[in-house]
Design a protein around this ligand. Structure first.
Ligand code: IMP
Ligand code: MG
Length: 170
């Protein structure tokens, strides 16, 4: 399949620097718990977290939606839960891409039930075209209208995650 570069690596890194400054300033006297949604978030997570100037702890959660590789069926199951206790913590949930919003809505509801003091959402890409659940993304990298994206952690059928740029798969 053809891949066209949509967001070059340098631009991704520049945006992550901006996000990390904003988050560091918003959490200046706090110690947030950062929760990455595996697997797609890996590169975004590491680039973001190592630039933060506030102390953090980190954990990961993994969910899968039933259905084909390019669409979300809406039925979400949790494959790995967080291990840190979140009660009373300031949590930032970090996701690679929000499409229908179904995955994130499910995870947010799950994490809210653990009683965090606050829960904010940071996503590298907001693909709003197919949004089904209203999600307010507190820290958003890029807004993209359409297309199936791969690279910088994003996959199609577990392929292309290693690509340094974010590309559109055609
Ligand atoms: P949602 O539940 O429809 O918001 O989809 C969320 C998940 O689907 C993301 O965490 C990604 O793993 C995957 N996904 C959605 N759109 C894309 C894309 O364009 N490229 C790669 N993965 C995607
Ligand atoms: Mg994901």
């Amino acid at each position: 399949m053809r891949r066209d570069v949509l967001i070059p690596h340098d631009e991704i890194i520049g945006k992550i620097e901006e996000l990390s400054l904003k988050i560091s300033s918003d959490y200046s006297n706090k110690e947030p718990v950062l929760i990455g949604i595996l697997n797609g978030v890996i590169f975004f997570f590491t680039e973001l977290v190592r630039r933060l100037t506030v102390p953090t702890r980190m954990d990961f959660i993994r969910a899968a939606s039933y259905g084909s590789s390019m669409t979300s069926s809406g039925a979400i199951r949790l494959l790995k839960d967080v291990e840190l206790a979140l009660k009373g913590e300031d949590v930032i949930l970090i996701e690679d891409i929000v499409d229908t919003g179904l995955t994130l809505a499910h995870i947010v509801e799950h994490l809210e039930s653990k009683g965090p003091a606050s829960l904010k959402i940071c996503a590298l890409i907001d693909k709003a075209e197919r949004r089904e659940k209203t999600i307010s993304i507190d820290y958003c990298g890029f807004k993209v209208n359409e297309g199936f994206l791969v690279g910088f952690g994003l996959d199609y059928d577990e392929k292309y995650r290693y690509l340094p740029d974010i590309c559109v798969l055609k």
